[in-house]
Design a protein around this ligand. Sequence first.
Ligand SMILES: Nc1ncnc2c1ncn2[C@@H]1O[C@H](COP(=O)(O)OP(=O)(O)OP(=O)(O)O)[C@@H](O)[C@H]1O
Ligand SMILES: [Mg+2]
Length: 240
Amino acid sequence: MTEQVIQMTDLQKQFDKQLVLRGINLNVFKGEIVGLIGPSGAGKSTIIKTALGMEKADGGQALVLNTKMPNRELLGRIGYMAQTDALYDALSGRENLEFFGQMKGLKKSAMQPAIAHVAAVVDLEADLNKRVSGYSGGMQRRLSLAIALLGDPELLILDEPTVGIDPALRRKIWAELHKLSANGHSVLITTHVMDEAELCSKVALLLDGRIMAFATPTDLKKQYGVQTVEDAFLKAEGEL
Ligand SMILES: Nc1ncnc2c1ncn2[C@@H]1O[C@H](COP(=O)(O)OP(=O)(O)OP(=O)(O)O)[C@@H](O)[C@H]1O
Ligand SMILES: [Mg+2]
């Protein structure tokens, strides 16, 4: 049997009286790229934060790498990129990468080659020695992604990683994600870009805290009788 890297069972979350996750069942298997798509406010970031233990679930459970989160020991095996960048403004891009690399337990001898690799994936080599306070929004996004990729984690959890990133670089980033997946790494990714949904192994359509469909892009299109994932999404929303 293929290994499960994320397993959510009837996961529920509410904020005040608002039910935000209404029983989420979602599994990610080793080597899969699972895309979470849904309108703003559907609960995508909440699914991720609750699975990672950054928010406490009000029902059900989530296991990540067979472990209940949060768990500090797993942090080195997971690359997480939040929707909001959490970077040290006064430090350079390289210093940020060194800091997070140390947190992930990267050895000193491995640090610079690892930084060179992730900086190349996000085209940030030329700007590594600049202070982050002088980075554009897209550059900060790219640095956050580079940090998530650092240390070759077996699981990547990326919340809107390609916002503000131009199409050519987006393509390069997806090539890297496919390479990682071919090597047995797993990815859970949220996106608003429907072209990206087509590139996932499976797509979960989230509406109002519920998963309306969870299938390969091909099956999803078949299920809704449409040509694109975007149309499947619009049909699920009742807009088509
Ligand atoms: N800390 C919080 N306190 C109160 N309400 C919250 C909190 N975090 C999220 N919510 C609410 O939960 C709902 C889902 O939010 P979430 O951030 O998960 O949506 P999303 O699908 O990630 O949206 P987006 O595409 O805009 O990032 C929203 O109604 C939001 O207002
Ligand atoms: Mg979000």
